[in-house]
Design a binder for this molecule. Structure first.
Ligand SMILES: O=C(O)CCC(=O)C(=O)O
Ligand SMILES: [Fe+2]
Length: 335
């Protein structure tokens, strides 16, 4: 049996700091390596104002914008969301401080070999797997009784308070989410990478969530979305949150809302910090296209699923995406 040390890969941050040559398992096998320059076009991303969305005189127009965004790109930036700029900056700061703390400190929160929760990087499931150039801290935020406080850093002191107040449960509004949807937070740290043309921060994937909220780095770009076989950069709006549809809302909306394929590219000079918050329906709930969205002209395009996240992770590390089509269970290959 493989030992714990064999199953866990090294911290990417240490490799970067030591100027170590990245092992080949980090090299992306696809023919489309990542680039971070202006030759990659920017998404003309919709910016949705939550204030306008909730005010009767302006909501219709804002709702149209939302629908257009979700049915074309599957993502938008949200402003006027009620979280102050100083609060968002504080999250960024606390996350930076955690990753900047000594390795012995971070290792107190190391994930266990067979689970994603805690501090670490990709789980190694196969010899052929491409590993992402990122270290992460992955925490369950809600339901509260599923929090594993042992993984929540004690330092910086503000960390636990910050993460608790990030409870975005209210945004998970659909019935299919169930009474106790899961909200998880992934603090992502991408150190500078010596081989950005060969190594990705996160390989191409779509999210297993219903909806994902991303707090981007304020200064360093990296996230790209795929549309019509072309990659597009996401612009930075410092105090906006990026919202993207995950596979489960694509299923619930019978494919009207798109769960976009995205990736993170690396760069040689600057580290990048982001926070992704995933809203995930209760695993016992059956997820299926809403009845109102099925008709003779638009039959149900997806199979019913339960515990989609488990199905998803069985495929993810191999670079595959489960095919949720009602027609079968082929795999959609991403690398
Ligand atoms: O860090 C980013 O920009 C995106 C991360 C991401 O796609 C994910 O964690 O699923
Ligand atoms: Fe993602």
């Amino acid at each position: 049996m493989a030992t714990m040390a064999e199953l866990m890969s090294n911290s990417v941050q240490e490799m970067a700091a030591n100027g170590q040559e990245p092992p080949v398992k980090y090299f992306y096998k696809g023919n489309d390596g990542g680039v971070l320059d202006s030759s990659v076009p920017l998404i003309e991303i919709q910016v949705v104002d939550l204030g306008l969305l909730s005010s009767p005189s302006t909501s219709a127009q804002e709702l149209e914008k939302l629908k257009l965004a979700l049915s074309t790109w599957g993502c938008f930036q949200v402003i006027n969301h009620g979280m102050t700029s100083s609060f968002l900056d504080k999250i960024r700061e606390v996350s930076k401080q955690f990753f900047a703390s000594p390795m012995e400190e971070k290792q107190k929160y190391s994930r266990e070999a067979d689970s994603i929760e805690g501090y670490g990087n990709d789980m190694i499931l196969s010899d052929h797997q491409t590993i992402d150039w990122t270290d992460r801290l992955y925490l369950t935020i809600s339901p509260e009784d599923q929090r594993k406080i042992k993984f929540w850093p004690e330092n910086p002191k503000d960390f636990r308070a910050m993460a608790i107040s990030l409870n975005l449960e209210e945004s998970c509004f659909l019935d299919q989410y169930g009474e106790q949807p899961l909200v998880t937070a992934r603090f992502n740290f991408y150190p500078p990478c010596p081989k950005p043309d060969r190594i990705l921060g996160v390989k191409p994937h779509a999210d297993a969530s219903a909806v994902t909220f991303l707090l981007q780095d304020k200064e360093v770009e990296g996230l790209q979305f795929l549309k019509d076989n072309e990659w597009f950069r996401v612009p930075i709006i410092p105090h906006a949150l990026l919202v993207n549809v995950g596979d489960q809302v694509e299923i619930m909306s019978n494919g009207i809302f798109k769960s976009p394929v995205h990736r993170v590219v690396t760069n040689t000079k600057r580290e990048r910090n982001t926070l992704a918050v995933f809203c995930i329906p209760e695993s016992d709930n059956e997820i299926k296209p809403a009845d109102g969205l099925i008709s003779e002209s638009r039959p149900s395009l997806y199979r019913k699923v339960k515990d989609y996240v488990s199905i998803y992770f069985q495929h993810y590390q191999q670079g595959n995406r489960p095919n949720r089509s009602s027609k079968g269970f082929d795999l959609f290959h991403l690398q």
